[in-house]
Design a protein. Structure first.
Lengths: 424, 240
């Protein structure tokens, strides 16, 4: 009865909240209060259980991939698509998709969870499978230390019941193997030649680490990557794929997604269909999206932390492009600007940066000055900066590196400025 | 004629680099180069041999795990660093290295990590992290702007002066209003940001003393660095 009440009240609040515009977590809060057992019971009924995906970088894109891979195998997948990656947001999403009896019409739930909130979530709902991507310096002003974040992910590893999929190239993630209680651990990894593309925070100032650790065998290895063409070594066999995602970090995320999907599906996996699904995946909202603005491509590249920014700069050659960087320091972006000093910007030195914008535009411009990167205009007004960026280079392709809240604002503005056609 | 050389040493870049303190090295190097100095950059990691000639030393903050890795090496280096400090070598120690430059750091669980005692200061682990945009008033450097992120609470002894007094933020311990420590030409602080890009007066103090100690003079050219003043006022206006 409590369950029904929680569902009905929650769904009602959800409708009201929607009518009022916004408030995606409020209905979840109310359902949680009426029936604390709501989430475990609803998700616990799913025949294939719950999959949790966490880590610093790539959660959203990887979750989207896993969902599409599993859908391509005929599974009905529930996911927290709205980006509410904490427990209340999941409750709200469950309410939205469950019927009045509180039953979710899905075979499996694939959830992206913020590291800190995941700790709370896995206590309520132990996942059957989890995928842990990486631990990077990100939002240290929230969590304090990388080791703290790694500790959050350890809780996920401990709570998982069937299988944990780990990034063998990230020593903090690979090190979580010792905490796994589930019967199975699988890995995804990189071929040796690609490792230099992924410097870790620890190696930031010292090049590759001196010690060569013995790596565990990986279920899926990204063995080659050249633009949209990628080769995955799956179970010892090479599979060539042509992806719609660009950026080597996105391609590496597809190795993670593939490893997780194979783990979930087991022997039932239809390999040909997996490959077709993988090739069809498009970037998630704002994560390397390619738009067409006035007939020219405009890429939006989300940058959240030094490792991600460095990878993005390595992935996208600057030549021939107009470049803009937009740095905000709202809570969701991280308030501390220190991270900008741990990114090497020399790849932009030749082409320069046409527009520097965002609340902390001057910090960014100062950073570029100290690396001898020429700067066009500096303007904290995102709208003015974006308009100039587009108007002054009508014939050129463009790329904008932006923090999270800057990305949201830019996307809104792009929608106003022009017919925004999402191509991939 | 060859340009005069300044030997700049970065302490423990491998294990203590985590909060953007590389920015301090970049700024010192650039501000020296713009004034006609050649900068020889030395990186010192645990087990390395310490260079003969050192004019300026910079070290940063680390994760607790990084701090454990360098602690015994630092104790071995302590005597040398103290000699250099007493001989007037300018140094900048941020966050984790600031703590280890003091007498000791007693962690939240009661474990005592011995420091080198270059600074008359001691630190105890606090229950929460002190995090946020921070502004100091300094009698030597004017308004200093940065970002603090630490759980250690530091108390200064009589042989050091504070680097500044907090006008926004918590500072050394959240109690006495002090931030950082000063001893001879050594500056220690919890402030990241990185500290030096937005505080050119502090950067120029360090490079001036490095040059004067080695050459007797400093090529004191005023630098016009674009965006510097605007970045300072933007940062000062941001919420904690």
């Amino acid at each position: 009865m409590r369950h029904l009440l929680a569902t009905v009240v929650g769904k009602t609040v959800r409708v009201v909240a929607k009518l009022r515009g916004g408030g995606s977590a409020l209905p979840g809060l109310i359902a949680e209060k009426i029936d604390p057992d709501f989430l475990p019971r609803t998700l616990g009924r799913l025949p294939h259980g719950v999959v949790v995906i966490s880590g610093t970088n790539g959660k959203t894109t990887t979750t989207k991939m896993v969902v599409e891979l599993l859908q391509g195998q005929g599974l009905k997948v529930f996911t927290n698509r709205t980006g509410s990656n904490f427990t209340r947001g999941v409750v709200a999403a469950v309410l939205g998709e469950s019927n009045l009896a509180g039953k979710l019409g899905a075979d499996i739930a694939v959830l992206e969870l913020d590291e800190a909130h995941a700790v709370h979530f896995v206590k309520l709902v132990p996942p059957r499978y989890s995928l842990l991507l990486n631990v990077m310096r990100d939002q240290l002003d929230r969590f304090g230390e990388i080791e703290t974040t790694a500790g959050f992910l350890r809780k996920i590893a401990e709570a998982t019941t069937e299988a944990v999929v780990l990034n063998r190239e990230d020593h903090r993630i690979a090190g979580l193997a010792a905490a796994v209680a589930a019967p199975e651990i699988r890995y995804f990894g990189l071929a040796p030649g690609l490792r230099q593309m992924f410097p870790s925070d620890d190696e930031m100032r010292s090049g590759a680490a001196g010690e060569i650790a013995v790596l565990p065998d990986a279920d899926v290895v990204l063995s080659a990557c050249d633009g949209p063409a990628a080769t995955f070594t799956v179970n010892g066999r090479d599979i060539d794929a042509r992806l719609k995602l660009t950026g080597v970090y996105n391609v590496y995320n597809s190795a993670a997604a593939l490893a997780l999907a194979r783990t979930v599906l087991g022997e039932a996996a239809d390999e040909a269909a997996l490959l077709r699904s993988l090739e069809a995946v498009t970037p998630a909202f704002g994560r390397g999206e390619s738009l067409i603005v006035n007939g020219q491509p405009l890429d939006l590249v989300l940058v959240k932390n030094p490792a991600g920014f460095r990878l993005a700069l390595k992935s996208f050659p600057a030549a021939g492009f107009r470049t803009m960087i937009a740095i905000n320091d709202n809570y969701a972006d991280g308030r501390d600007m220190s991270w900008l000093w741990d990114v090497d910007f020399d790849s932009l030195a030749e082409a320069g940066v046409d527009e520097v914008s965002g609340v902390r535009a001057n910090d960014m411009a100062l950073r570029l000055f100290y690396e001898d990167v020429p700067v066009g205009r500096v303007d904290t007004d995102l709208t003015a900066s974006l308009r100039r960026f587009i108007e002054l280079g009508p014939e050129q392709p463009k790329r904008i590196y932006c923090t999270y809240t800057a990305m949201l604002a830019l996307r809104r503005e792009l929608g106003k400025l022009t017919e925004v056609e999402v191509v991939s | 004629m060859d340009a005069p050389v300044i030997d700049l040493l970065q302490l423990y870049p491998r294990d203590m680099n985590i909060y953007g303190d590389w920015g301090n090295v970049l700024v010192l190097r650039k501000r020296l180069q713009l004034r006609g100095y050649d900068v020889r950059l030395h990186e010192y990691n645990p087990g390395d041999s310490f260079p003969e000639q050192v004019d300026l030393i910079v070290g940063g903050g680390g994760q607790d795990s990084g701090q454990n890795k360098i602690q015994s090496d630092l104790l071995g280096l302590g005597g040398r660093l103290k000699e250099l400090a007493d001989d007037g070598v300018p140094m900048l120690a941020i966050c984790g290295l600031y703590q280890l430059f003091g007498h000791r750091f007693t962690t939240h669980t009661g474990e005592v990590i011995t420091g080198i005692g270059l600074l008359d200061a001691e630190t105890v682990g606090g229950p929460t992290r002190l995090i946020g945009n921070t502004v100091l008033d300094s009698s030597e450097f004017g308004t200093v702007i940065g970002y603090e992120n630490h759980s250690g609470l530091t108390t200064l002894g009589p042989d050091v002066q504070p680097f500044g007094t907090v006008t926004k933020g918590q500072g050394n311990n959240g109690q006495d209003g002090t931030e950082g420590a000063r001893y001879r030409n050594v500056i220690a602080s919890y402030l990241h940001g990185s500290l030096l890009p937005k505080n050119p007066a502090v950067a120029d103090y360090l490079v001036r003393h490095a040059a004067e100690r080695r050459y007797g003079t400093f090529n004191d050219v005023a630098l016009e660095v674009p965006y510097e003043a605007a970045a300072r006022s933007d940062a000062a206006a941001r919420p904690r």
